[in-house]
Design a protein around this ligand. Structure first.
Ligand code: PHE
Length: 497
């Protein structure tokens, strides 16, 4: 922990008397500071560093009241009368004489009362005293008490409690104020600090070009940042709108009872296509559409799947299908590629758990050789999902997608017949937006050629929707590229989902 100069100074001073409970005044005097803010500030840092402990002390401070001030200047009433009695002729030591000496009526009565309480007696109208020295001593200690408080209020604890009690009983002589003060004491660690390490050094608070050009910074000490000091609040960060949208979609599917699945970007052509009964001659499999990889050129595929796909593609295996005919190329199936759709994740999920009913979804990045334009990117995301269970059917698929889009704020959804090699029936999903029907994705029921060889006995509702398309609707963009331009100004103004 590096201490600033103020902390060092305060700690060094406290080490001069390591056991002392230092008062504010004590510390101000020792450090030479004039402002208690320094003690409070340095004290807080030292407390946080575990070097000092602060204790609160409740105290009662006694000071002179208005009558007390007068007594300090002119003498206490009993003292003045006593002095007069000492010097007065015996014959005049009575009430009459008192008035004659200039004491007012309102003073004389109470004054004599005070003296009587001290042992003065009135016999036949005259004031007499058997034990003058004890009266004189009592008056002297009262006077000393008042004098000690003149201009110097004191803690009640340091005063004679009988005298405090006595003066509280007299009007406006003293007043008592309750207050809380603090004391600073070294902890064990604090007391063990080596005072020689606490020399104050010149600290640099600001780094300037001039400073860096010279050499002085090399041996200088830098002032620690006070991270608690008030500072302007920076314009807040926020998730990228795409990230926020992904989170939103995620929570909608979770809310609908789906679990999330994931998969790798790098896949074999076999899992990405052959498992989905996409014929090996399909135009989408060409280099123009798919990113095949030089590294890894091949991805390992379990032989049992290669054999299975060969049978399905060549003659339909035992699904009742005729297959595509021809000869299935296992080498082609092993080619490494960047996944072209996230349907590869759902089909692999079924292959892993063919006998477990499930509702799963995934939001993932896919890659296709597209020329970048207003509506196309070579990297984009799909919102994929399946329902794999005994009663899965087309109405269930459509109502699930309608529910999803309604929760996203697009209640008008329609479906149209479509074609995918791996679904039957196949449907395209469209959403109504600003007077137009926009195509957002494909879906359908997986064909038997896809699911039966894996051991599945139930229908599978499947879909794959474009995330960027949806984002364009949600954010009101005409150009898909705007989503990924690092224009902070623009991004910070995009609507919050
Ligand atoms: N995989 C298809 C696509 O990339 C979408 C789809 C998924 C269609 C699942 C039907 C079933 O567009």
């Amino acid at each position: 922990m590096s201490l600033g100069n103020n902390e060092r100074r305060m700690l060094r001073m406290m080490l001069s008397d390591p056991k002392r409970a230092w008062s504010l005044d004590g510390l101000l005097e020792a450090t030479g500071w004039t402002d208690q803010v320094h003690v409070a500030g340095a004290g807080t840092v030292l407390v946080e560093a575990g070097l000092v402990e602060i204790a609160k002390v409740d105290s009662r401070i006694v000071s002179l009241g208005s009558e007390g001030e007068k007594a300090a200047a002119d003498g206490l009433l009993e003292s003045r009368i006593w002095d007069w009695m000492q010097s007065a002729e015996a014959a005049e030591r009575n009430m009459q004489g008192l008035f004659g000496a200039g004491f007012e009526r309102h003073e004389a009565g109470p004054g004599v009362g005070l003296l009587k309480a001290l042992g003065v007696k009135v016999e036949g109208g005259s004031f007499v005293c058997d034990d003058e020295s004890s009266v004189a001593a009592a008056i002297a200690s009262r006077s000393a008490f008042i004098e000690s408080l003149t201009g110097a209020p004191a803690d009640e604890e340091s005063l004679d409690s009988d005298l405090v009690k006595h003066f509280i009983g007299r009007k406006n002589l003293i007043s008592i104020e309750e207050s809380t003060s603090r004391t600073w004491t070294l902890t064990k660690d604090g007391a063990a600090t080596d005072a020689s390490s606490l020399e104050e050094v010149e600290q640099i608070g600001q780094i300037t070009p001039e400073l860096l050009q010279g050499d002085s910074w090399r041996d200088a000490e830098f002032k620690p940042f006070d991270v608690n000091a008030p500072a302007p609040i920076p314009a807040g960060g926020r998730p990228h709108p795409m990230q926020a949208l992904i989170e939103r979609i995620r929570s909608v599917f979770l809310e609908m009872g789906f679990s999330e699945i994931e998969g790798d970007y790098v896949q074999s052509a076999g899992w990405n296509m052959d498992a989905l009964f996409i014929p090996q001659s399909h135009p989408a499999r060409t280099m123009q559409d798919t990113f095949y990889l030089a590294e890894p050129e091949q991805v390992e595929v379990e032989p049992k799947f290669l054999d299975m796909w060969a049978k399905v593609h060549e003659h339909g295996h035992d699904t009742g299908s005729k297959g595509w005919g021809g000869t299935f190329d296992k080498e082609e199936a092993k080619k490494g590629l960047l996944r072209t759709h996230t349907t590869v994740n759902t089909i692999r999920h079924i292959a892993e758990k063919p006998h477990e009913p499930c509702r799963v979804f995934g939001i993932g990045r896919v890659f296709r050789q597209e020329t970048i334009d207003r509506t196309h990117l070579p990297e984009f995301h799909q919102i994929e999902g399946i329902i794999h269970e005994p009663d899965a059917n087309l109405p269930m698929l459509i109502s699930t997608l309608k529910t999803f889009y309604a929760k996203m704020g697009y209640p008008d959804v329609r479906v149209r017949p479509a074609y995918f090699p791996y679904t039957e029936p196949s449907v395209e999903v469209e959403v109504y937006w600003r007077g137009e029907w926009l195509e957002l994705g494909g879906s359908g029921i997986f064909r038997p050629e896809v699911t039966e060889p894996l051991g599945s006995e139930w229908p599978v509702c499947a879909w794959g929707m474009g995330l960027e398309r949806l984002a364009m609707l949600v954010l009101g963009l005409d150009d898909i590229r705007e989503l990924y331009q690092p224009d902070l100004e623009r991004l910070s103004k995009m609507p919050i989902l």
